[in-house]
Ligand binder design. Structure first.
Ligand code: TXA
Ligand code: MG
Length: 321
């Protein structure tokens, strides 16, 4: 990956305007929130979101949290509920992330949700984050702004230590007040704590008037981004296909004839950007098998292959998807 100059922007009017412009251009900007610094990208831009995974060096695609400044904008992306409303009144803006059913056709890259039909949404309280989200005017996908496997950054210096030369800018607003990632609450079925944070399970239960479940131990210990929480196609997936067989849906990579091509030029960022969308489309065609060209196991190719091998893994019919 080519090294770029990472701007260190102050959290004033000029810095925020520059950060918003960079996001609109599809570039990556680290932004301060009250929890930790996030690595922000335009959530509607497939390539920008793919670049987040590349910059972090993540070996797998983990769904990302989308950040917004206005409730109305949140409601346009997810199916809102009375419970979500109660929680938003009590805790937003603030360090709570809610996972809600994604609205059909919501303008969010499939790479943000890693192909799932739920979306994690959060309204941060940090004034600089809110100002940037308003200036940008759309959903911003942001995982913590650290290289994969390193700890979450709570200062601009931490962000630069891991990502200098890999992202367009960091908006520097000093240390984060909370310093711990947001509490994540699943609201797709019964309210379930998916990740503990500074807002405790007791406070959540109190607001909802019902007990919040904790994720079962077996799920809690599984690393983020594992099969049970991930989109799996109905079709069987055949990997490393160097020739096509009758009746297969053909997902190509590079210079091959196929139904959909992840990247005719063999560009891994483009391939990542297209991956979930194309898997969904070929699955919707009803073909029993999706055959996939080999994808080189370097850079983002590692994450792509991880996802493809999960999609190809034999599945227990009773296991949750
Ligand atoms: O405080 C925070 O939440 C920070 C700041 C930047 O907002 N962000 C953060 O993002 O910690 P990240 O990517 O490091 O962690 C996001 C977590 C992951 O464990 C992911 O699996 C979970 O959120 N997540 C995202 N979307 C989800 C979904 N649809 N269903 C279940 N879990 C989801
Ligand atoms: Mg993280």
């Amino acid at each position: 990956m080519a090294k770029i100059t990472t701007l260190r922007l102050s959290a004033d009017e000029t810095g925020i305007a520059t950060a918003a412009r960079l996001l609109r251009e599809g570039q990556l900007v680290a932004l301060p929130t009250e929890t930790v610094y996030g690595l922000g990208a335009d959530a509607a831009n497939d390539r920008a979101v793919a670049a987040v995974y590349e910059a972090k060096g993540r070996p797998s695609f983990n769904p990302l949290i989308v950040h917004l400044a206005e409730l109305e904008a949140v409601r346009a992306l997810v199916h809102w509920s009375d419970r979500a409303e109660m929680l938003a009144r009590a805790f937003w803006p603030g360090p709570l992330t809610m996972v809600l059913p994604l609205r059909e056709g919501a303008p969010v890259s499939r790479l943000v949700t890693a192909g799932l039909d739920s979306l994690a949404v959060r309204m941060p309280a940090q004034p600089a984050a809110r100002a940037l989200l308003r200036a940008f005017g759309g959903p911003v996908a942001a995982p913590s702004a650290n290289r994969s496997g390193q700890i979450s950054p709570t200062r601009a210096e931490h962000v630069l230590a891991g990502l200098d030369g890999r992202i367009a800018a960091v908006l520097d607003d000093g240390p984060c007040a909370v310093g711990l990632e947001s509490t994540i609450l699943g609201l797709v079925g019964k309210p379930t704590l998916l990740r503990p944070g500074s807002i405790g399970i007791g406070a959540l239960s109190k607001v909802l008037g019902v007990p919040v479940a904790e994720r079962r131990d077996t799920e809690a210990i599984s690393a983020p981004g594992q099969l049970t929480s991930h989109y799996a196609p109905n079709a069987r997936v055949r990997l490393n296909a160097t020739e096509w067989r009758e009746g297969e849906a053909r997902l190509g990579f590079g210079d091959v004839e196929c139904d959909l091509n992840l990247s005719p030029e063999g560009d891994l960022v483009e391939a990542a950007a297209n991956l979930f969308e194309y898997l969904h489309r070929l699955d919707a065609s009803g073909a029993p098998v999706i055959a996939v060209s080999p994808v080189p196991h370097v850079g983002l190719g590692v994450a792509i292959n991880d996802r493809l091998s999960r999609a190809a893994a034999p599945r227990d019919a009773s296991a949750g998807r």
